[in-house]
Write a new protein. Structure first.
Length: 368
């Protein structure tokens, strides 16, 4: 009986671990394929944001003739999703636009054609082809935007990390310019949800390498991250980490531990495995945090001391975090910044510096 229970426990753990690794709507989306060599992809730019992937293509007809171009994008469920038999044929919310005009497409699966709305009714584990066409006048250039949501892989222990959301893009090998952006989705940042950029990887000679030559730039009152991809690289990966105070696998934590245990440090704030009350952060540590995430991290030290937040969004954030831990946020009427220890003061200053810095920052420069 004991052996059966032990065996069942192993099966349950394996299945839970597997579900962490993949979701049913997890796809590999292959590079865009064009049918006529007179059409060149002059620029291919991908933007990652949570599970959303947005790709802008500039395509130019270099010939003196009108071309009716057929464009094909193959996709198939990732290994784990194939095992689960994905309920859809293509990634969620797949749309194609030429400037502001929505382009219709069809989906071919196992020799049968499906229109846009029909794809949700099928279940399968094979390759689907998304097909659409465009007419190019002589020397004409068009801007095409493809947008979709892809759970991709929520991978554990791949690339020697903890839990990460991994989204990837395969470039057309003939694209003249290849770029990658990360745009944080601060609107969805809550006490129980949110992602922060971890890093970018590129695949070269069948191996993945962590990129250090990418920049943080200030744009429209927010930070975004940018990287130019060498011409010989055709796969880029964006790794994101959970950023919320109660995530078991989050890079950030704000725990009120006195609620259930009597310890020396009842309120613990950690980021990137560092205790913000005892260990100093570096610019590299917080290089990939959004403006709002930097604000939350800095104000966590104030929340630890019971600061009476006037900012409604911050007050709601920290009150909700306390409520999730079964306690009330208690305002300290005697709060004073002199209560911070020297490590906390220095961490507040380095975070504030990174919040206010608007000039471009290159990660490789900070690592020197």
């Amino acid at each position: 009986m004991g052996l059966k229970k032990h065996f069942l426990f192993i099966i349950v753990i394996f299945f839970i671990d597997f579900l962490y690794a993949y979701t049913p709507n997890s796809f590999v989306v292959e590079p865009i394929s064009v049918s006529d060599k007179s059409i060149t992809i002059t620029n291919e730019t991908v933007s990652f944001s949570g599970v959303n992937i947005n790709v802008n293509y500039s395509l130019k007809n270099y010939s003196n003739k009108t071309i009716n171009l057929s464009i094909n994008i193959d996709c198939y469920p990732t290994e784990g999703a194939r095992w689960l038999f994905t309920p859809v044929l293509i990634p969620d919310d797949f749309t194609i636009f030429e400037k502001d005009k929505k382009i219709s497409y069809s989906v071919m699966f196992e020799g049968k054609e499906y229109k846009d709305g029909e794809t949700l009714s099928e279940r399968g584990d094979g390759k689907s082809s998304i097909i659409f066409s465009l007419i190019f006048k002589p020397k004409e250039e068009k801007l095409i935007t493809i947008n979709y949501n892809n759970d991709s892989e929520i991978l554990k222990n791949q690339f020697n990390t903890g839990h990460s959301l991994v989204t990837r893009h395969f470039f057309n090998s003939n694209s003249l310019i290849k770029k990658v952006f990360y745009i944080p989705d601060d609107k969805s940042l809550k006490e129980n949800a949110g992602f922060s950029l971890r890093d970018f990887l590129i695949k070269k000679n069948s191996e993945y390498f962590i990129c250090t030559d990418f920049s943080r730039i200030y744009n429209d009152e927010a930070f975004i991250w940018y990287m130019e991809v060498p011409n010989n690289i055709n796969e880029a990966i964006c790794r994101q980490e959970y950023f919320y105070p109660l995530g078991d696998f989050s890079s950030y934590a704000l725990w009120y531990r006195e609620a259930f245990i009597d310890i020396e440090e009842p309120i613990l704030i950690k980021y990137n495995k560092k205790n913000l009350s005892k260990e100093l952060l570096s610019e590299v540590d917080i290089f990939t945090l959004s403006k709002k995430q930097l604000s939350i991290l800095r104000n966590s030290l104030y929340a630890k001391r019971g600061y009476n937040f006037k900012n409604k969004e911050l007050r709601n954030y920290f009150e909700a975090n306390c409520e999730a831990q079964g306690i009330n946020y208690i305002v300290n009427t005697n709060f004073s910044e002199s209560d911070f220890n020297e490590t906390e003061k220095q961490n507040i200053e380095i975070i504030k510096k990174m919040e206010n810095l608007k000039t471009p920052l290159l990660l490789s420069d900070l690592l020197k």
